[in-house]
Ligand binder design. Structure first.
Ligand SMILES: C[S@@+](CC[C@H](N)C(=O)[O-])C[C@H]1O[C@@H](n2cnc3c(N)ncnc32)[C@H](O)[C@@H]1O
Length: 320
């Protein structure tokens, strides 16, 4: 039996406590969710198992997978504050080379719970499996849902990004000559180019598919206020809790694999003292060419040129 315990040297509880700063629950998410009172949580953000046979999941029949997800989603909706948000981050289910986008499969579940979709955010990244029978997958999605009323929290200013043309001015009308862009920056849009956590990433742990902290930070800053609860039912090594703590929110998560829950505790603890190394929000993406990385010099240069000539020859033959 789990104890409602706040560890003496930190503010991390092992079961849900309203006055804890963080909760790292080792066990099934349904058990953690049951401990959370109705309408308590301002943001549920998670990346559930995709049912693709990762080390931490048992591959289910797709209908059973949706049923299992629906049970978790319904509990999340029960705990959701009236002004709250649910962000469900998923990729594709792959069956014998055919892909099924999990967000479309789960959409009816959220709709039937009475929620509405506010954005379908495309998270683009550059590292992943190299496919040979289809284009390599380089994005996943975050489906953002709220209750239908208009009062949901959405703060744009903390997540604005630099304007492309900050010097641009209105060229006609009453504001002609005045700067046209918001000096705080522009709306980041719904396509987010954020590096995924692979081998060289400063946040990499032994977990095979952790969130980058900055991905969750953008959701925390725009959808919650300081002191609010952020909950991740499939919390892995605790990234969502970390993003919450870094911005003065409270974070709770459940994780079934003991080793990941232990790593989550260590990382959340480090985040509380400011000792956790993260990739700061808004950091420019590494560009190997700009950095002068010698591996960017192609050993195949002559072959590439050769192909270019072949293309030109083909064009000549067809008289273009
Ligand atoms: C895609 S990973 C999430 C990783 C997480 N976003 C992070 O940054 O570390 C899904 C996690 O859910 C865990 N999991 C699977 N079923 C679970 C359940 N019923 N309750 C709690 N955790 C579960 C898996 O062990 C895995 O670590």
């Amino acid at each position: 039996m789990k104890m409602d315990l706040v560890m003496p040297d930190s503010r991390i509880a092992e079961s849900f406590l309203m006055d804890a700063d963080a909760v790292v629950y080792h066990g099934n998410c349904n058990d953690l969710l049951r401990q959370i009172p109705d309408k308590t949580v301002q943001l549920v953000v998670t990346s559930p198992p995709y049912n693709i046979g990762k080390s931490y999941e048992k591959r289910l029949d797709l209908a059973d997978y949706v049923k299992q997800q629906a049970a978790v989603i319904e509990e999340c909706v029960r705990t959701l504050a009236d002004t709250g948000s649910i962000c469900w981050q998923v990729g594709n289910y792959v069956d014998d080379g055919a892909i099924i986008p999990l967000d479309s499969l789960l959409y009816p579940v959220f709709r039937d719970c009475g929620l509405v979709m506010r954005n379908r955010i495309v998270w683009h990244f550059e590292h992943g499996l190299h496919c040979s029978r289809r284009f390599s997958g380089r994005y996943e999605t975050i489906s953002w849902y709220t209750r239908p009323a208009k009062e949901f929290v959405f703060n744009l200013d903390p997540v604005r990004v630099p304007q492309k043309y900050p010097g641009k001015k209105h060229f006609k009308g009453p504001k002609a000559g005045q700067l046209s862009g918001n000096p705080l920056g522009k709306n980041p849009g719904d396509v987010w180019d954020i590096p995924n956590v692979k081998s060289n990433h400063v946040e990499k742990t032994e977990h095979p598919c952790q969130f980058p902290v900055e991905l969750v930070e953008r959701l925390v800053l725009s959808m919650t206020h300081p002191g609010d609860w952020v909950v991740d039912p499939f919390s892995g090594v605790g990234t969502s809790i970390i993003a919450a703590i870094r911005h003065g929110r409270r974070g709770a998560g459940a994780e079934v694999v003991a080793r990941y829950a232990e790593l989550a505790k260590e990382r959340v603890s480090a985040a509380m003292t400011g000792a956790l190394r993260v990739r700061p929000m808004g950091t420019q993406k590494y560009d190997p060419q700009v950095a002068g990385n010698s591996l960017t010099i192609s050993p195949w240069q002559p072959v590439q040129n050769d192909m270019q000539y072949k293309l030109l020859e083909t064009e000549a033959r067809y008289g273009k």
